[in-house]
Design a protein around this ligand. Sequence first.
Ligand SMILES: *[C@@H]1O[C@H](CO)[C@@H](O)[C@H](O)[C@H]1NC(C)=O
Length: 360
Amino acid sequence: MQGSLRQWRRAATLLLAVGRAPPGPAAAEDYEVLLLQRTRSSGFLPGAHVFPGGRPGGGPDCSSDWLPVLQPHHGPPGFGLPLPGQLREAYPEVPLAPWPSAPGLMPDEVAFRICAIRETFEESGVLLLLPSGCEAPRLARAQAPPADLAAWRARVQRDPGQFLQLCRHLGCAPNIWALQEWSNWLTPFVRKGGRRFDTRFYICCLQSKPQTFLDLLEAITCEWLTPTEAIKKFLCEEIWLAPPQFYEMRRLVRFASLLDLHKFCMDRISEGCERWLPITLITLDGTLQLLPGDELYHEDKEFLEKNLSINKKTEEIMGKDSKFHRLVFHSHHFYTIHVTIQPKYKHIYPENFLGFKSHL
Ligand SMILES: *[C@@H]1O[C@H](CO)[C@@H](O)[C@H](O)[C@H]1NC(C)=O
């Protein structure tokens, strides 16, 4: 039992970005990202604002029954998806919960995208589908919801396999080609037996804003926010973001325009993503999260199961000319980001974030 608790369970999440329709309020970015608020009774990140997503239905999301649905667009072995040009960083090797594998099943690249699209539908009602016979447009479009959306959603929530039936019913395929790999986060150690996920983050740039219909079960409110607005709301304690979501929002701030963001994703489409396991570092007077590449990051299996601590104050380990890739937690609603290393695989890292002038 203990063994199974320590495993990371696979999950997929989706950064859904959409151009802000004029005459929207002036903003630092010309696009918004969908954030859903999890219920306060949720077992993982209760009350937090997150991107839509969840866990793959082990069988249904990789079922060979998807083949005839996807085949009219692209078939095996690659299903028209870019193969990662380089292997993802294999370190650290973490124990993963069992996952079906058999000939004929959809490969992970397909199954995790189907999962992200299905979960996005379940939580927000947004349907990222591609009608059969349609060429994928440059920027994806969401499909209008079926007339009996509530009934379909309830069916899919009960049985993820029903998502395949919904796609057949609408004559569409899940638009897996609109989802680009963005990042991959492992939940860090917090306490023994805590829930942990190996979450793939995808990004999808949409042409126009779809209507959302919340399920009010997993997601209780939703907001479309520019990355800068999301960070401001976090600092003002209007929303709460877990460190990966905060980090990703700060990364998105580097793109002022949706078209630039989309182009960036397309240009690195074959690069794949590194999988990051943050390590919590406890100092004499604070807490940090170290990310790979930071000079204090330990590539050591030990830290899969414990925090790292140091007999120094936070300030003492923040000297100049050091290799930083870290977040410093100042309070529940104030993290800073410190990055001095170069990104790998044509990706981009956030700039240093020490707070907004107005905030400090
Ligand atoms: C590890 O660090 C986290 C974050 O500060 C903390 O919540 C947790 O209690 C720590 N766990 C242990 C076992 O010290």
